[in-house]
Design a protein around this ligand. Structure first.
Ligand SMILES: [Zn+2]
Ligand SMILES: [Zn+2]
Length: 345
């Protein structure tokens, strides 16, 4: 089968690999239909690592995918051959303390699709996964929508962790990439209206506007705190950081009101942030870290199936598997208005 592998920094190749085999009773073989290029794939592509997770070359990346079931193990009940499925890229062990505590996303033995040293990625014609990672959506959505469920789950989970009980609160999102937009879409689906999006790229601000943000701020045009104050004098109840930038974190602390919550979703290029502790303490801010997602796949599917979220709005480009290097180049360079690029097989 065809497979795309990283072979060095900003280097990838289309190779041929053996079609993986269904080995255990609980596994399924999936023919890939659509694959999204994620910001974390770009970190592996451009930097060769995320934190302590370092790529050993050659390595196939990719974890946002949908596909068709072509073979099932003897014990598989939840999907059948021919089903279009959303694939949850996270494979948990089911028996560690985290799994038993209902936290499979922080499983001690977690293996994640396209994560170095764990599982080969999905930029290939076929993958084999445990059937519990597959959610059938045949006839309910397109393969592209199904592949977009994974990034959407991150937004759904981030909003869930923020614990918003009042749709009247003021929220802000730093970053209007796929994750920032997923958060925006989920907040809007929950009935929130007063949402500010802060993003330096004008084309991404425009997209946030299209999706339904109330206030748009380009941080390069002035002081973020004063720009926020103009329309929201009392500042923000909840701020979502989805850019991974220190400057955004610094501004987030400034634009939160006392008792506010800072939800950290973005992956910083270095493992460290600094915070203005004087401000953090005086305002008694809560910081919430988001690790991927936990139990949000079904909700994300439901939001798309019921039309509450038009997840395809974040897609700007479509490529074939052969064109994957081009897709990565465009996404990494923020070229040609890129937000979410899809690889369709
Ligand atoms: Zn992703
Ligand atoms: Zn576990």
């Amino acid at each position: 089968m065809k497979q795309v592998v990283l072979t060095g920094i900003r280097k990838m190749e289309l190779t041929t690999a053996q079609v993986p085999a269904v080995i255990s009773d609980g596994e399924v073989k999936i023919r890939m239909a659509s694959i999204g290029v994620c910001g974390s794939d770009i970190h592996y592509y451009a930097e060769g690592k995320i934190g302590t997770q370092v790529v050993q070359y050659p390595f196939p990346v990719g974890h946002e995918c949908s596909g068709y079931i072509v073979e099932i193990g003897a014990a598989v009940k939840n999907v059948k051959v021919g089903d279009l499925v959303v694939v949850d890229p996270s494979v948990h062990c089911g028996h560690c303390d985290q799994c038993l505590a209902g936290r499979p996303h922080t499983c001690r033995n977690n293996r994640f699709l396209g994560c170095p040293g764990q599982l080969d990625g999905c930029l290939a014609e076929y993958i084999v996964m445990p059937s519990f990672t597959c959610f059938p959506v045949t006839g309910k959505m397109t393969p592209v929508q199904a592949a977009l469920i994974e990034p959407l789950t991150i937004g759904v989970y981030a909003v869930k962790l923020a614990g918003i009980t009042n749709a009247g609160i003021d929220t802000a999102i730093f970053g209007a990439g796929p994750i920032g937009l997923s958060i925006l879409m989920k907040l809007l689906a929950d009935g929130l209206k007063n949402i500010t999006v802060i993003e330096p790229l004008e084309y991404r601000l425009k997209k946030a506007d299209e999706v339904g943000a109330e206030y748009l701020i380009n941080p390069e045009t002035g002081d973020v705190e004063s720009m926020v104050k103009k329309d929201n004098e009392l500042l923000m109840d909840v701020v979502f950081e989805a850019s991974g930038q220190q400057e955004a974190v610094t501004n987030a602390v400034k634009i939160l009101k006392p008792g506010g919550k800072l939800v950290l979703v973005g992956i910083p290029p270095d493992a460290q942030y600094t915070f203005d502790m004087d401000l953090m303490r005086r305002k008694e801010l809560t910081v919430i870290n988001v690790r991927r997602q936990n139990h949000c796949v079904e909700e994300a599917i439901d939001l798309v199936v019921t039309g509450k979220i038009d997840v395809e709005k974040m897609v700007t480009h479509h490529f074939t598997l052969e064109e994957t290097p081009k897709a990565f180049e465009i996404v990494e360079g923020y070229k040609d208005g890129a937000i979410k690029a899809m690889i369709n097989l």
